[in-house]
Ligand binder design. Structure first.
Ligand SMILES: Nc1ncnc2c1ncn2[C@@H]1O[C@H](COP(=O)(O)OP(=O)(O)OP(=O)(O)O)[C@@H](O)[C@H]1O
Length: 236
């Protein structure tokens, strides 16, 4: 069953056509990647799916609901780690997790989540004092604290060191294995190849290819996903 159904989605920002007829399906329990050049519209897709932006045209359904109109209902079921997330400078790691947990009907154990993401040693650290990578980890943990059925992760591992990236991959797989559907915007083809069951490559406001990494390599007749990406987006 499709957890996210996007049909013919279009969105402009003051004359800039960001999306121009995007259609895609994300099935329950898969890790679905979205890749594409800077400015291709990936974040706009995720923001429309999380209800932050209202589409100009087309339809978006998440768990059968309209994310913009049914935002309150979806907040309990969809976790999002978005690119431009921010917290008050003075809030401590533990406080942020506890506060977010209190917003949900069926939250995860925030202390266990803090452990899982290696944040326990920084429980008392203030948000402003964290490096980019530790902020990123905190945002991921916050996206998961509501025990979501679907998580939207925008450039999840940007800014993480290689060790933390690998750890994160393991945690994402573990999430999928628990039945959570994961949507992952990424610029890293090694990450897409290692993690994604299926993915969409976006270019010029449209989906230019959709399938498993192996399907995309076969479609582009290349030796690697990175080469397939260049071939399918018309960049060499
Ligand atoms: N709030 C906004 N106001 C005006 N233009 C915007 C806004 N947000 C996005 N855009 C434009 O819409 C297009 C798509 O942007 P979007 O952020 O969705 O792309 P992206 O694929 O996520 O890019 P990146 O890989 O750089 O994060 C770009 O041309 C961008 O400049």
């Amino acid at each position: 069953m499709a957890v996210i159904e996007i049909d013919d989605l279009s969105k402009s920002y003051r004359g800039v056509q960001a999306l121009n007829g995007v259609s895609l399906r994300v099935e329950r329990g898969e890790i679905f990647g979205i890749a594409g050049p800077n400015g291709a519209g990936k974040t706009t897709i995720v923001e429309c799916a999380s209800g932050l932006r209202r589409p100009d045209g087309g339809t978006v359904r998440v768990l059968g609901l309209n994310p913009h109109d049914d935002r309150r209902a979806l907040l309990q079921r969809v976790g999002a780690q978005l690119q431009e997330a921010a917290l008050p400078d003075g809030i401590k790691v533990g406080e942020a997790l506890r506060m977010y947990a209190s917003l949900y009907d069926h939250p995860a154990d925030w202390r266990a989540l803090m452990d899982e993401w290696d944040l326990t040693g920084r429980k008392g650290a203030r948000f402003a004092s964290l490096s980019g990578g530790w902020k990123q980890r905190l945002f991921i943990a916050l996206a998961l604290v509501g025990n979501p059925e679907v998580v939207l992760l925008d450039e999840l591992t940007t800014g993480l060191d290689p060790d933390a990236r690998r750890t994160t991959w393991g945690l994402i797989r573990a999430m999928r294995d628990r039945g959570v559907t994961v949507v992952l915007v990424t610029h890293f083809m090694d990450e897409a190849e290692a993690l994604c069951d299926r993915m969409a490559i976006v270019g010029g406001g449209r989906v230019v290819a959709e399938g498993s990494p192996r399907d995309l390599i076969a479609e582009a007749r290349t030796a690697s996903l990175e080469e397939a990406y260049f071939a399918l987006t018309g960049r060499n």
